[in-house]
Structures are given as C-alpha cells and as structure tokens.
Write a protein that binds this ligand. Sequence first.
Ligand SMILES: [Zn+2]
Length: 396
Amino acid sequence: MTDTALLAVLVAAVGGTLAGRAWASSRMRGVHGERPAFRASPHYSQGLHYLASGQLDPAVHELLKVLREHPDAVEVQQVVSHLLREVGQVERAIEVHRSMLARSDLSRAERAHALASLGTDYRKAGLLDRATQAYDEALDVDARNLHALEGQQKLFEDQRQWREAFEAQTRIARLRKSEDGLVLAFLQAEMGNEAARAGRPEDAEAAYRTALSLDRRAFAAYLGLAAQWRERDAHRSASILESAITAVPERAYLAFEPLREAYASIGEPSRFMALCERLIEQAPRDWRARLALARHLREDGRPGEALGLLLRALEANPHVLLVHLEVWRTLREMGQLGPEEQRYVSTVEESALYVDPHICTACRYRADDMLWRCPHCHEWNTLVEERVGPAAGGQS
Ligand SMILES: [Zn+2]
C-alpha cells in the first residue's frame, strides 16, 4: 500500500468516508515520486498522530498549522475542511472550501470535489438552497462526481422529493456499480405513500409493486399495498401482509394490527392467533408475538391464558415496558387490582411509557418508534428494536 493510500484509509476511519476519499483523490496530484514539502512539517506528523488515535480536534489544530506554513497544500485543505465539518465547525469548513475554490490551479476533479464538499457544508448548516447550488455547480464541472450526486440525493430525501431522490440514487448505483435495490425500493414505497395520500391509488399501487420488484424486503411497500386493498378486498390485504411476514420475519410485528383487522373483517379472527403461535414457535425469545397474542386473548375474555404468555415474554425480555403494561391491564381484567392499583395503571397508560424504543444500527440514533429512514444518518431500514443485555446493539 502506498503512503497516500494508507493515509486515505486512516483518514476515512477516523474522519469519515468523505475525508478518506478526499485524501485518496489528492494522490493524483503532485509530481510523481516527489515528496510534497508539507510532509516534512512536524505539525503534519503530529496531526496524523492525533488522527490515528481518533482525536479529531487536536488533529485539526495541527493540520491548520500545516496550512499556515503551506497554504498551497490542496491535500491538507481537503482533509482539514472535512475534519472541521466533522467536529461541527461548519463555518470554518466553508471558509477553507471557499479559499480552495478561489485558486486557479485546481484540477477539474479537485474543483468538483471542493464544490461538492462546500455543498455538504451548506447542507449541514441547513442552507439548502446554497447546498443545491453548490452540488449543481460541482456536477457542471464533473457530471460523474459521486460526492455531489450523493449529497444531492440526500437533499432530495430531506425535502421528501422521493421521485428525484429515486432518480439520483439510480444514477449513483450505475456509477458506483453498486446494488442499491433496497434503498431504491424504500424510495418507491415513499412515492407510493405520497400517491396514496394524494388520492391516486393506481399510482400508489404501481409504486409499491415496483418497490417489491426491486427488493422483496421493502416491508413498507407491503404495508402500503395492504392498506390500499383493506377496504376493497380484505382477503387480498391479508395475503399481502402474510407475504411481508414471510419475506422479513423480524419485522412481522409491524403487520400485526392490519392483519388482525383483515382477519376479523373476513370473519376468521382465529387465524391471527394461529399466526402468533407459529411465530412464537419460530422465535421463542420474541415478545411481540406473545404480546399480540396476549392482547387478543384478553380481549377475547381469556385473561388467565394471556397472563401466562406475558410472564413468559418477560422472562427473556424483562426490560420491555409494553409487556409490563399489558400485564397490569390483564391483572385489572382479572379483577386482581384494588382501586389504588387501578389508579396507578391508568396513570401509566396515560403517560408516555408505551414508547417503543428503536435504535439505528448504523449510527446508534435512538427513536421512540419504528422509522424506515434514520433521521440522523439518513440510512434506510437500519432501525431495530432496542434490546437490553447481551443481544444489545446491531452490527454497523
Ligand atoms: Zn442512523
């Protein structure tokens, strides 16, 4: 591995992929075999040392000193500006990018990269119009600049312009030669939801079908599609939800409510119980199927059986508040609670306790509910139920 390539990996690891990419692109620069003067600076070595140990602030501090000594070192400018953004100093990052763009000796790729980075600075600062403009300019300089395309795509997503986001993602996938089917499918599902809300059921249906043809794991598309058929044909709605559970069993719980309704409206409510029982058999630690089944039993006038299920659910998942709450409700149903306890349960029910905490496996963002797109790192389908104990955390 060359010196520069090694640094690219290092910078990517501590400063984010974009910083790494900036560093890698700078290896094209420089006269072959010649060691750039800034590398002799002690601040440069010190900066790298801080980078390697993950200390971004002191690394930025040292690399800024290198820039003062060698204002022409594009490679350092690129990395410093990325790091400044990483540590939250977006305004200074913008400054560095602007001074880079004022230079007349940038290569086409370097100019496009600096413009794209400036766009990301603006996006981080919430200046969406300027971000759009900077990305557009970057793409004018280099239509294949991935950083600009990716930034533009995120901007479209942030502004819920799903069709534009889908088109941008398609271009990115083609350029990167990557398999982005799942993201594309989720974008189609959003297009479907939008069409459904706007009262265009045919468009909604078409978008959901496209989503599932792109990736069968796009759970949101099944939910949307099933909702489209709920009124017209409950049998069909139920069978769509059943396919969802088969395709993505770990998301089954998101289909419980609509499925229960669908079975009830076709006059076969017991199919819901059979489904829960099957899921419990498949995943004995799963508390959601037990909880759903227990609720069903309680409402069916069988609180004793419900309680047994709930207590078993708690053995493996003692932290789940939703299950505790259901235990109290069941005890109330069984006439086991005095007036004081009943008041307590009512208070609990009215408070915000029944949040359903989820966590992003990519960035550890915590949400009160299930979301398809992480509001923090903007990845799709990365939120999972938050677990306590050895199962905690996903692989990022
Ligand atoms: Zn995230």
